[in-house]
Design a protein around this ligand. Structure first.
Ligand SMILES: [Zn+2]
Length: 60
């Protein structure tokens, strides 16, 4: 099992298993509603890393 940094909980696949069944807002596949909204693991990680990168760029 891969260690998940505490400050990056979106990398924790366990967090994608508890919510109500829905379809992903990104790819449309069936997934669980997460803390972050209706996003599957792949789409959410990509989305948050893109947002973080945008913030990092703005901080420069
Ligand atoms: Zn998706």
């Amino acid at each position: 099992m891969v260690a998940v940094p505490d400050n990056e909980p979106w990398h924790d696949s366990e967090r994608y298993k508890a919510g109500k069944l829905t379809s992903c807002a990104g790819c449309g596949k069936s997934c669980r509603k997460t803390h972050w909204g209706p996003w599957c693991y792949g789409c959410n990680v990509e989305r948050i890393e893109r947002i973080n990168k945008t913030f990092a760029d703005l901080m420069k």
